[in-house]
Ligand binder design. Structure first.
Ligand code: 5AD
Ligand code: SF4
Length: 479
């Protein structure tokens, strides 16, 4: 089932999106259809991206597609002929922000009646969002989801031609489309998708529904992409997947895992390799052993724990225990002694008692995370946890988040402090967002560093001596 048809519209269904059919993933090769050539000539686009790195990578593909159609990018929204909101559905407040933004940009149509507004990404994969948009946001011209972004040109063509709303959201489990042109946001560091979708079904999470089944890219394509990036002067790749440790599990005739991919990329000339996100259940010994080879594999791991309580981990369907997680951390530190470990934590999950929350604080204390993204549980319609009784009042949830953040911030500071007085390698990103006279970049351990310097070194890896550590960044001088 691709989606539910109504008039010319194709609607999603979260229920259908849950299905995982035993069918080999289809590999499609993108080619630019002749009738689309030049439809964007003299026109301008603006893409606003919300959410995770997966969306950032998707936006680079949409930018690439638009540029091959003739469009040029702009920063000023008043100049745009098409504005695309690439959306995130992970928590309710992310969605509310985007609905607010839709309301705000509506007025731009007064100045440019030909402006097209498109909504794509994870939000349209939820049927209630599509119904709400049709009912309350007539300013939206094009709605499509995560599985068919490579058809963006067709949808724009249809919108120009028919002047009718285009709604094309697939709920089917998804294919892999190779060869989509990309306009990358940076020229020194690149996202590289290694897989799409997620089969974990953590009970709180909407992603397995919005992104479909787990499907891995052919490793020859990935390695070739990294080789091409290296040749073009890129210094860092981040391998992307919702659960990179499940890479290759969907291959039918081949036995090739994430550890194999990391091992093969370790032998290439790309100076830095990162990857995200890892799942504690699937992070295997071999991957840790390959990480220990170091070289271009960076000594940082983002390993979401979500909770320190076995009771809550079970309800979250995380499929590991607190003890198993701590064992993994010990193993990681044994093989890669100076590794920096960061995590994600949810507080206020239904049924989380004071003891459960204390167990989370205790785990954070024990692990010495050097950073954590922390969230209050947000019920997502269609997921099992949205039906669990939410028995914790909002004040308690806020208090728990506050207490957790206090501890987490100490971890950030301690993690930064260990580099005071040391010389570290920094990939220079550009001028600092907060201070135009300072350059900024990231260390091998993924620490943000600010330092004085000139633009000629942007994109290079340089030595910086760390003078002072703060909670959110380091300050240094070029050696
Ligand atoms: N509520 C709160 N946080 C969530 N996350 C995922 N789903 C939810 C939800 N429903 C968090 C998890 C995940 C991160 C990307 O977002 O911590 O690791
Ligand atoms: Fe969501 Fe869990 Fe999949 Fe991560 S692993 S995307 S939290 S279902």
């Amino acid at each position: 089932m691709i989606g539910k048809k109504h008039k010319n519209y194709l609607f999603p269904s979260l229920q259908d999106a849950r299905k995982r059919l035993k069918k080999e993933t289809e590999q499609i090769r993108y080619t630019l259809p002749v009738h689309l050539v030049g439809i964007g000539n003299n026109k301008k686009y603006l893409i606003k991206t919300y959410g995770c790195q997966g969306n950032l990578a998707d936006s680079e593909k949409m930018a690439g597609l638009l540029e091959t159609l003739g469009y040029r990018g702009v920063i000023d929204e008043k100049e745009a002929d098409i504005i695309i909101l690439n959306t995130c559905a992970i928590r309710e407040n992310a969605e509310n922000r985007i609905f607010g933004e839709l309301g705000r940009i509506k007025t731009l149509k007064k100045y440019n009646p030909n402006l097209l507004i498109a909504l794509c990404g994870c939000m349209p994969q939820e049927e209630n969002v599509v119904f709400k948009v049709l009912e309350k946001y007539p300013q939206v011209d094009i709605v499509f989801g995560t599985h068919n972004l490579y058809l963006l040109g067709e949808y724009i063509y249809e919108a120009y031609l028919s002047k009718e709303k285009v709604v094309q959201v697939y709920s089917k489990e998804g294919d892999i489309v190779e060869g989509v042109p990309m306009k990358r946001a940076f020229s020194q560091k690149a996202w590289v998708n290694i897989m799409y979708g997620c089969n974990e079904f953590c009970s709180y999470c909407i992603v397995p529904y919005t992104r479909g089944k787990e499907r891995s890219r052919n490793y020859h394509d990935i390695i070739q992409e990294v080789l091409d990036l290296t040749r073009s002067g890129y210094k860092e790749v981040t391998l992307l997947g919702q659960n990179v440790n499940a890479y290759g599990k969907d291959f039918i005739d081949i036995n090739y895992t994430f550890a194999d991919l990391l091992f093969d990329l370790n032998k290439t000339e790309i100076p830095r390799i990162r990857f995200t996100t890892s799942h504690p259940r699937d992070l295997d010994n071999r991957t840790i052993e390959v990480m220990a080879l170091q070289g271009n594999i960076m000594p940082h791991l983002h390993l979401p724990v979500q909770s320190g309580s076995n009771n809550i981990l079970k309800k979250m369907n995380r499929k590991y225990t607190r003890e198993k997680y701590l064992e993994l951390i010990n193993k990681l530190r044994h093989y890669i002694p100076d590794i920096s470990i960061t995590t994600d934590i949810i507080v206020g999950f239904p049924g989380e008692s004071d003891e459960d929350f204390t167990a989370t604080l205790d785990l954070v204390d024990q692990v010495d995370f050097e950073g954590a993204y922390t969230f209050i549980f947000s019920p997502r319609s269609g997921t099992p946890a949205s039906k669990y009784e939410d028995n914790i009042d909002y004040t308690t949830k806020k208090q728990r988040l506050y207490a957790l953040n206090k501890l987490v911030n100490e971890g950030y500071l301690n993690g930064n402090k260990r580099f005071e007085g040391k010389t570290v390698k920094v990939l220079v990103d550009g001028f600092s967002n907060k201070n135009n006279n300072m350059l900024s970049g990231y260390t091998e351990h993924n620490k943000l560093v600010n330092f004085a310097g000139n633009e000629t070194i942007i994109g290079q890896i340089i030595d910086v001596k760390i003078e002072k550590a703060y909670t959110w960044h380091l300050r240094g001088i070029i050696e």
